[in-house]
Design a protein around this ligand. Structure first.
Ligand code: ZN
Length: 332
């Protein structure tokens, strides 16, 4: 017997003798979600027909309200961001509950596997523009680019149907953009309760903010960001607190998927390919993220937007293009 083999056998004997072998081999039994009463679970599923472009949530528009007293919808914006999104997914799983993720197109393009994981775990995936642009003050043709490219990027990253659910960055709307969403049969989701998780790294403060608003309103669409450490660190305790206070979670699903446009699908494919190349060159950096919540939301990264980039240059990354966009935020 060689020395390494002897070592393995020796360790195994020690584990057997101490009774730890069985523990090391068998994971603790997990009670099925359907029979658990100690978790949030889902009180009901609401299927949203987006054909007429309905608007939900008190802020900023509030056209319809489908929630009863004590009911909440969990929503997470701006991701995916692997470490924080994973923490959110783990907390949701621990409570056997589901959420809606409004993903930023270029975040999705940077990590398609994470987009797919969110969907595979049963959550609803919608879009939040390509670059988190403030559409309110944009010409409509540029807003259309942001909206369409956002949906195409999320759909191509997901490699499957994306819900026709949209959220305006900064919750800033205008009438002509809302009309455009309606013409594209896209539902628009505002919010009722804002966690303000981007203002603090303190998870307890996020919980206080959410619970204090819910104490008054007693129901609503809750806004979190799965790129924020405060939410990633506190979401399990926040869900625990919602359960303790008797709130019920409503899961949104789409009656039919969003339709994407071929022109933007092709652009999205190109962007996903270029980010895959950049990620291969710098694999650790591609998982980090910084997302500013304040500011104009216009031209904030200095990035050349995909629909303005010459197609002939798609195979060649400039030095700055090779730097992930979220690092470009930090460049002087
Ligand atoms: Zn956002």
């Amino acid at each position: 017997m060689r020395r390494n083999e002897a070592l393995v056998v020796g360790v195994a004997c020690l584990l057997l003798a101490s009774g730890q072998w069985a523990q090391a081999q068998a994971a603790p039994p997990v009670e099925p979600c359907a029979t658990r009463t100690d978790v949030l679970g889902l009180s009901r599923v609401v299927e949203v027909d987006s054909a007429a472009g309905p608007q939900f949530g008190r802020t900023p528009h509030g056209e319809f309200d489908f929630l009863a007293d004590g009911e909440v919808v969990l929503t997470f914006d701006d991701g995916p961001s692997r470490p924080h999104t994973r923490a959110v997914l783990a907390a949701l799983d621990a409570h056997c509950t589901k959420a809606t993720f409004f993903m930023v197109g270029r975040m999705a393009a940077a990590d398609p596997a994470m987009v797919q994981e969110v969907a595979r775990r049963g959550h609803t995936v919608g879009a939040h523009t390509w670059s988190h642009a403030k559409l309110q003050t944009m010409p409509l043709d540029k807003s259309k680019d942001e909206i369409e490219m956002g949906f195409s990027a999320v759909a191509r990253a997901l490699q499957g149907p994306v819900a026709p659910f949209f959220r305006f960055p900064y919750l800033r709307t205008n009438a002509e953009t809302i009309d455009y969403l309606k013409s594209r049969h896209l539902a628009s989701f505002g919010i009722d309760v804002d966690s303000r998780d981007f203002e603090t790294h303190n998870g307890a403060a996020v919980m206080d903010t959410v619970l204090s608003q819910l104490a008054v309103r007693r129901k609503g669409i809750l806004l979190f960001h799965d790129i924020q450490p405060s939410t990633a660190g506190a979401i399990k305790e926040i869900l625990d607190a919602l359960k303790a206070r008797g709130f019920k979670v409503v899961h949104l699903v789409a009656k039919a998927p969003a339709t994407t446009l071929a022109h933007y699908d092709a652009l999205a494919e190109r962007e996903i390919a270029s980010r895959k190349l950049a990620s291969a060159k710098d694999p650790l950096a591609s998982r980090a993220v910084v997302w500013p919540q304040t500011g104009s939301g216009e031209g904030n990264s200095g990035e050349v937007l995909p629909w303005t980039r010459p197609a002939t240059k798609s195979k060649t990354l400039s030095k700055s293009q090779g730097v992930p966009w979220y690092k470009q935020w930090l460049l002087p």
